[in-house]
Write a protein that binds this ligand. Structure first.
Ligand code: SAH
Length: 219
């Protein structure tokens, strides 16, 4: 059972997690404030509270994982969000990354392809004060009826830069995407859509994500 209880122990563990990221050199205080606000333990089974605030990924069922806090922090920093921006997330998973973005004042639209996971997460998000709109579908398609977006964040390993997501990005918009590399992992890319429509890319190191897959699934 997930619970929305957020007691002093949870808050203390969360503050420790944030302090640790800061001591390791993470320097975006706006992102750290958002991480301090979102109760990560709510996204895990209640028997795993101890793990919720350690810097590790964790299984959330349906063969999927909640990204580790340092990866969430890193992608969020790269995305350079500002208040009131419209953000499209591909790969809702636990919903944690979506809440961190919402805690920064953005309007988050998030897509998950696995039906059971989608409903489980939707239920958790409804109990939390973060404004996140959830969608069941294939993230490669984006949300043409809700765009264009200021930002797009992909939280699964992508085989390519999905053209439809580029099309739904505003001029000067930014996409953060872990893109499959020949080593079996992903290279984190920050892509900026220039006003003339061309893409400028910056690469930021290697990561390991679950794969971005086409279509939807029932689990
Ligand atoms: N952002 C998540 C991490 C999710 S793991 C969090 O904060 O917990 C990646 C998720 O992407 C998985 O749930 C997986 O099912 C989903 N996914 C993979 N390919 C997808 C696609 N094409 N469209 C939508 N979701 C996808």
């Amino acid at each position: 059972m997930n619970t929305i209880e957020d007691n002093y122990r949870h808050k203390g563990l969360r503050q420790q997690m944030v302090n640790q990221l800061r001591s390791e050199g993470f320097d975006d205080e706006r992102v750290l404030a958002a991480l301090n606000e979102v109760p990560r333990h709510v996204f895990l089974d209640s028997s795993f509270v101890e793990y919720a605030y350690s810097d590790q990924p964790f299984s959330i069922g349906s063969g999927q994982t909640i990204s580790q806090p340092s990866t969430v922090a890193f992608q969020t920093k790269l995305l350079k969000v500002e208040n009131s921006m419209k953000v499209l997330e591909i790969g809702t998973g636990s919903g944690y990354q979506a809440c961190v973005l919402a805690a920064m004042g953005t309007k988050v639209f998030t897509i998950e392809r696995q039906r059971n996971l989608y409903f489980r997460t939707k239920e958790i998000l409804e109990k939390l004060p973060f404004r996140v709109k959830t969608f069941l579908g294939d993230g490669f398609e984006g949300l043409p009826n809700y765009g264009p977006f200021d930002r797009v964040i992909i939280t699964a390993g992508a085989p390519c830069i999905p053209q439809k997501l580029v099309d739904q990005l505003k001029p000067n918009g930014i996409m953060v995407i872990p893109m499959d590399n020949p080593d079996g992992g992903q290279t984190m890319l920050r892509i900026t859509k220039m006003p003339d429509g061309s893409l400028s890319r910056e690469a930021y190191g290697n990561f390991k994500f679950v794969p971005m897959l086409t279509g939807t699934a029932s689990d």
